[in-house]
Ligand binder design. Structure first.
Ligand SMILES: NC(=O)c1ccc[n+]([C@@H]2O[C@H](COP(=O)([O-])OP(=O)(O)OC[C@H]3O[C@@H](n4cnc5c(N)ncnc54)[C@H](O)[C@@H]3O)[C@@H](O)[C@H]2O)c1
Length: 317
């Protein structure tokens, strides 16, 4: 029998594409998309959609009961850059939404939970190269703190109450369908849009800032793979390291120049530079690769080719 799924925060950068993929796998009517607003009309009109506040336990519970939901993907969050501007709002949304969903699973209302963590759980004291699965996590952003604490609670709910919660630490996600929602790696999406629209881009990170990144198709594949894996294969119940590529603003600019020679990049670091400087440059994700056969497909060159092809279609028709 196919799962009955609720996606909370479905109108975001990842939720938009996750909804489409889960509907392909499970059938349109088995995947209910939800968000606090209806700003992505194409998603709202593409299948079942409800307005749902991730901070409202009773609303989530009612939605799950009324629709026989067995699996929840909790994608609503305030991201790293926005979280620094609104620290209490980030804490409130990121933590309470997680507790609501974990408590529904603890009560038996739902059977399975996906909740994304982030490379933001790491901090300046974390080994920066090939960061191991188990390592020092002393995050310096509110967002990172919410993700680190969230990981601890996920593991606790699994150990104490048997909640089948699965999680991955996404790196910066790059996609062409929805714009990113206020993270520190957003530059790596904006740069492609500006390359097509303006032929130039001013990066808010300095040219040698090396960060772990991933093309959206790989992130969605990781998400559906971990949720499809047998429970016995999931040895990490906090959150898995996940990696694909690492690059700097200069390297992504060079990959664009290989296709658009006149493209020009300049650098004007802002407050997000300090956040980026606290994160690792590359991630060791061998545990995910061993446990549930994770592998990525896109490297910088193939991702750039795909981003430019799709954005040319979008802007130039
Ligand atoms: N995009 C990335 O690069 C990245 C990297 C690491 C981790 N993540 C994590 O993945 C998840 C999804 O990220 P994203 O990039 O799609 O975020 P996003 O900001 O693009 O989308 C978040 C969505 O949540 C919705 N939302 C906000 N408040 C809500 C509320 N109270 N109730 C219901 N919905 C609400 C927003 O309207 C938005 O559509 C988040 O947990 C994020 O921390 C993302």
């Amino acid at each position: 029998m196919s799962s009955k799924i609720l996606i909370i925060g479905a109108c975001g950068q990842i939720g938009t594409e996750l909804t489409t993929k889960l509907r392909e796998i499970h059938g349109v009517n088995n995947v209910i998309a939800s968000d606090i607003n209806t700003r992505k009309l194409d998603l709202v009109n593409a299948g079942p959609f409800v307005i749902l506040d991730a901070k409202n336990f009773n609303a989530i519970k009612d939605c799950c009961i009324n629709n026989n939901i067995d699996t929840v993907y909790l994608m609503a969050a305030l991201l790293s850059a926005t979280g620094e501007k609104y620290p209490m709002e980030a804490w409130d949304l990121n933590m309470n939404s997680l507790f609501h969903v974990l408590n529904l699973a603890k009560g038996g209302q739902i059977k399975k939970v996906f909740w994304p963590s982030s490379i933001a759980v790491f901090g300046p004291t974390t080994p920066s190269l090939n960061t191991p699965q188990h390592t020092i996590c002393e995050p310096t952003t509110v967002y990172g703190i919410t993700k680190q604490v969230g990981e601890r609670w996920c593991e606790y709910y699994y150990n104490k109450y048997g909640v089948d919660v699965r999680s991955i630490r996404y790196p910066g996600i790059i996609s062409y369908k929805a714009m990113p929602g206020g993270g520190t790696t957003d530059y790596a999406v904006e740069i492609y849009h500006q390359a097509i629209k303006e032929g130039k881009y001013t990066s808010f990170l300095s040219k040698n800032t090396n960060l772990p990144m991933m093309f959206m198709d790989d992130a969605i594949k990781a998400t559906t793979d971990i949720m499809a894996a047998p429970a016995k294969n999931i040895s990490i119940r906090s959150s898995y390291n996940l990696a694909a590529i690492s690059f700097t603003p200069e390297e992504i600019a060079n990959s664009i120049k290989a296709e658009i020679p006149e493209f020009n990049i300049s650098y004007k670091p802002d407050f997000r530079q300090a956040i980026a400087d606290s994160w690792p440059a590359s991630i060791d994700d061998s545990v995910a690769r061993n446990d549930w056969n994770w592998s990525h497909e896109f490297d910088l060159k193939t991702m750039t080719a795909e981003m430019l092809t799709q954005l040319r279609k979008k802007y130039n028709g």
